[in-house]
Ligand binder design. Sequence first.
Ligand code: FAD
Ligand code: EPU
Length: 326
Amino acid sequence: MTERCDNPFAGDPALEAVLSQHEPLAAHTWFGLGGPARWMARPQDIEQLAELTRRCVRAGLPLRVLGQGANLLVGDDGVDGLVVRLDRPVFKRIEWPAPEGPQGEEVTVRAAAGADLGRLTLEAVRRGLAGLECMAGIPGTVGGAVRMNAGGRFGQISDVIRSVRVMHRDGRQGVVPREEAGFAYRRSGLGDVLILEAELALRRDDPRRLHERYRAVWEVKRRTQPLRENSAGCVFKNPPGHSAGALIDRAGLKGRKVGGACVAREHANFIVAREGATASDVLELIGQIRDEVSDRFGVDLELEIELWGCRSSGGARAGTGAVGTA
Ligand code: FAD
Ligand code: EPU
C-alpha cells in the first residue's frame, strides 16, 4: 500500500497495486548502477498506462519509460517522478504473419514496446522473415530500440519500421508513419510520447540464409565488444567522419579507470562498470574522455547513452529523459 500524502496515484486501488516506491534502478539497468526511482509502475494494461500519464501531467510529475536499461546511466541519487516498465504480457505481444507465403513477399509484424528485441530478432530469423538480422547482439526492448533508432553498420531498426503506435501525455493514442517519426543516426524525433508498438515490414527469405547473416553480425560483436561485462554499449555517438572508439583508443585511454569504471580494452567506446563502481565514477570517466579527445583531436564527443538524474560532471551533458516535464 502506498502513502496517501503527496501521492498522485491515491484513490485507485488497482493503480496503487501496480506501484512501488523507492525502487532501486540498478537492478533494472545493464550498467547495474544508480539509485532508486521515487515511483515505479508496471501497468497491467493500456488504460492503466493512460491513467498513469494523465495523473503525472496533473501532478506535474516527470514520467520516464524504462526498457531494459541497456542505454542508460542512472545517477547515484536515483530519479524523482514515475518510472514505468512495460513488462506485462499485453505490452510484450508480437503478432506474426501467416507462416506460409512466397519468397520475397513483404509481410507485417507488430511488436509491442515491451517485447525483447533479441527474442523478436531470433524468432523472425527462425520464421524466415528478413530485416532484423542486423540487430544481433543489441540488447533491449522494442520501445527502447525505436526511441534510440538502434542499429549499427549492418542496419538500423528504422529501416524496417512502417509506423509507430504511441500514447500522448493526455492518454490519447496515435499512429506515426515512419516518414514523420524523424529517424536519424541513433535518434527518433517522436518527442514527448510513450511508444506502444512498432509495425515492421519484413520480407520472406530462406531461414538458413538469415541465420548465417545473424551469426555473422553476432560474431563481429563478440570479437570486438565486451558483451559479458556491465555497460550501456557505446557511450558516445560517432562524430561525422570519425569513429568515437578509434579516437578514444588513439588518445591512449583504453584501460583508463575511475573507481570501478573502466574504458574497455575490447572497444574504447564502451565503459564497463566493475565491482564497486558508482554512476559518479562513470560520469567522471566520461568527462575525462571528452576533455582528452577534445584536446588531442579538437572533436567534441556527444553522448549516445541517456543520463537519468545525473548531475552534469566533467562535461557530461545531462538530459532528464523525462516525459511530461515540459
Ligand atoms: P532503455 O535503455 O531502457 O531506454 C533508452 C531510452 O529509450 C530512454 O530514453 C527510455 O525512456 C526510452 N524508452 C524505452 N522504451 C520506451 C517506450 N516504450 N516509450 C518511450 N520511450 C522509451 N545500441 C545500438 O544502437 N547498437 C548496438 O550495436 C548496441 N550494442 C549494445 C551492446 C551492449 C552490450 C549494450 C549493453 C548496449 C548496446 N546498445 C546498442 C545500446 C542499447 O542496446 C540500445 O540503445 C537499446 O535500444 C536500448 O533499449 P532499452 O529497452 O534497454 O532502452
Ligand atoms: N576502433 C578502434 N579502437 C577501438 C574501437 C574501434 O580503433 O577501441 C576502430 C575499429 O577498428 C574500426 C572503427 O574504429 O576501424 C569502427 O569500429 P566498430 O566497427 O567497432 O564500429 P563503431 O563505429 O565503433 C558502431 C556502433 C555500435 C555497433 C557497431 C557495429 C556507434 C557509436 N557504435 O560501432 O553500436 O554495434 O557499429 O554495428 O554508432 C551502440 O550504439 O551502443 C553500439 C555498440
